[in-house]
Write a new protein. Structure first.
Length: 254
């Protein structure tokens, strides 16, 4: 990822540098008229708009990542609660609930998570989730009422958080906002090229630096674009943690 970031900055800087040199060449050899301070003011306005749009998209994407991660831990936490509630159920029901809970975590990690990159879910994992619901609905009558209530509450929370996760995989930033950001970056550099100032190596390097900053900003937003499919994304850490907790419960005979 670090290499991609450096390449993005360098490419954007080189493009800006090339545009600056071309603008200076045209101004010197083709007699391009002075555009006046109005274009300079417009460049400042557009660059300010770029910065504001970049800040908004970064904050929005970071919040989406945090919400998705929190939702995953809530789903995995409900699965652990169900696993613990099974301890007070009849032996056969306890074994079935715990076996299905463990399989569900494995299926989310191994089958569903790779598909979520493409905005899809796994039908068999859905079936496993509903299978847990059916197991809880058929808990024998001699089960302690507290265990039944805890299990029903846990499976309800599990399904609710799963639906939230499924909704999140269809998310991502609106394309119009990304296009707007890229357009503002291009115009920010373009206006400075139109101004043709400052000339010389220092001016070209300054515009190249601005281009690099804009390129990095666009690259960073694209890396945060989607909670499950972009460069910076949410991993199934919550479900790995759930499996570790299940192993701990079994190891200590809980």
């Amino acid at each position: 990822m670090a290499v991609a970031a450096v390449l993005s900055v360098l490419c954007a800087a080189l493009i800006a540098m090339g545009a600056a040199k071309l603008g200076h060449y045209v101004a010197r050899n083709r007699g391009m008229p002075d555009v006046g301070p109005a274009v300079g003011t417009a460049a400042g306005v557009v660059f300010s708009f770029f910065i504001l749009t970049l800040a908004f998209l970064m904050v929005s994407s970071a919040q989406d990542l945090a919400v998705a991660r929190k939702g995953n831990y809530a789903e995995a936490g409900a699965l652990i609660d169900l696993y613990l509630a099974a301890d007070r159920m009849p032996v056969q029901t306890k074994g079935e609930v715990r076996e299905h809970s463990s399989k569900y975590a494995h299926m989310v990690i191994e089958r569903e998570w790779p598909k979520m990159v493409d905005g899809e879910t796994d039908d068999e994992t859905w079936a496993m989730a509903y299978g847990l619901y059916e197991l809880v609905a058929k808990i024998p009558a001699d089960t302690p009422p507290k265990a039944v209530d805890d299990a029903r509450d846990a499976v309800t929370r599990l399904l609710m958080q799963r639906r939230v996760r499924v909704a999140d995989i269809q998310g991502g930033l609106p394309r119009i906002m990304v296009v707007t950001l890229i357009g503002a970056a291009v115009l920010s550099v373009g206006f400075l090229v139109l101004i043709g100032w400052p000339r010389g190596v220092r001016g070209i390097l300054g515009i190249a630096a601005l281009g690099g900053i804009c390129g990095y900003g666009v690259w960073l937003v694209l890396q945060l674009n989607h909670a499950y499919a972009s460069g910076v994304h949410v991993d199934p850490d919550a479900f790995h943690e759930a499996l570790r907790r299940m192993a701990f419960v079994n190891a200590h005979g809980i």
